[in-house]
Design a binder for this molecule. Structure first.
Ligand code: DP6
Length: 330
């Protein structure tokens, strides 16, 4: 098994680690249309299957990275200083250890425009932003594929947050994961809209990491998942290529529900939906039955992301007042 540090050593090779002032970066969050759920290597966040997401434009993470005086990293999130022993600061510092020069402390200023830990993949944009900021701070000039691999070491879904638009993460087969990276799918879809329906912004009881591990270990149906994802990925890419919105919506919604079915059959069970989540799903189905092409997806949390097209935005907003609407293609 390859250790994360060894992967970083191979990627950085003989690059220097002299910091250059302050690096400021922005990285969008992403929402998977075909999900990543289950790992073949936990240390490197290597997935069992590929996945395909859409980046969320202005919803994401701003990170400023510079050198701190020490004797510890200084981490601020949305303006508040985080205690070094809190879970977020610990995870960020452990990740920065991968790139830390000798006797070096980082000052991190992170600002999320997505609610943290509420199923809106703020960890994805957070780790991707840290990787991109480290690249800028140390002037490594890494290629997109290398940056995606570094981001993955922080959180799997972070591998998909370094590009805009549709992004495919290739599962890869290599033990060191050098072939497991994400890249942009060559397609534009200016009419596509993603609506973020926040039903609960509290931290979820079981995070994705622990949840997918428990699912792989105890869900007897998990063995069906890789074939399902392979089919969904092939069909989604074809739907994107021919700009078939009904097909995109059906594949994304079906894939999310299949993942939540695996979660329900996990022991002990994982049930992320709240009564409000189920009510929203039923409203979406009822609306769709009237002829409005509205679909949804959801991650390991109770919040729902609506998928629709620009022409229907006013009607969707009427039905779901207060949603944040994103145009992933500007
Ligand atoms: C349900 O990327 O948060 O959102 O790799 O352990 O950090 P780790 O997991 P994470 O899992 C995301 C799971 C998901 C589906 C997806 O984003 O594809």
């Amino acid at each position: 098994m390859t250790a994360p540090r060894e992967v970083v050593r191979r990627i950085l090779a003989d690059r220097t680690d002299q910091p250059k002032g302050t690096a400021k970066v922005y990285v969008p969050a992403n929402i998977a249309l075909v999900k990543y759920w289950g790992k073949r290597d936990e240390a490197l966040n290597l997935p069992v299957t590929g996945s395909l997401s859409v980046s969320l434009g202005p919803l994401g993470s701003h990170v400023e990275l510079s050198r701190a005086a020490g004797p510890a990293d200084e981490i601020r999130l949305n303006g508040a200083h985080l205690p070094a022993d809190g879970s977020f600061a610990k995870r960020a510092s452990a990740y920065l250890d991968l790139f830390r020069p000798r006797d070096f402390f980082f000052a991190v200023q992170a600002r999320n425009t997505v609610p943290t830990a509420a199923g809106f993949a703020s960890s994805a944009s957070g780790f991707a932003a840290l990787a991109k900021a480290a690249d800028a701070l140390f002037g490594w000039g890494l290629a997109p594929r290398e940056l995606s691999i570094l981001a993955r070491l922080g959180s799997g879904s972070a591998a998909r947050s370094l590009a805009d638009g549709f992004v495919e993460w290739h599962a890869g087969q290599a033990a060191d994961g050098m072939d497991s990276y994400a890249e942009r799918v060559a397609a534009e879809w200016p009419e596509l809209r993603v609506g973020a329906l926040v039903l609960c912004a509290e931290e979820k009881p079981v995070g994705s990491r622990a949840g997918m591990k428990r699912c792989v270990e105890t869900c007897e149906f998990y063995r069906e998942w890789p074939a399902r994802v392979a089919r969904d990925l092939a069909e989604l890419k074809a739907a994107i290529a021919r700009k078939d919105f009904a097909a995109l919506g059906a594949i994304a919604e079906g894939n999310a529900l299949a993942m939540h079915a695996l979660m329900a059959a996990t022991r002990p069970p994982l049930l992320y939906a709240l009564p409000e989540t189920v009510a929203a799903m039923r409203t979406i189905w009822a609306v769709r039955a009237t002829g409005l092409p509205l679909w949804f997806t959801m991650d390991a949390g109770p919040n729902v992301k609506l998928l629709f097209e620009a022409k229907d935005e006013a009607r969707v907003r009427e039905m779901f007042p207060g949603i944040d609407v994103v145009a992933p293609f500007g």
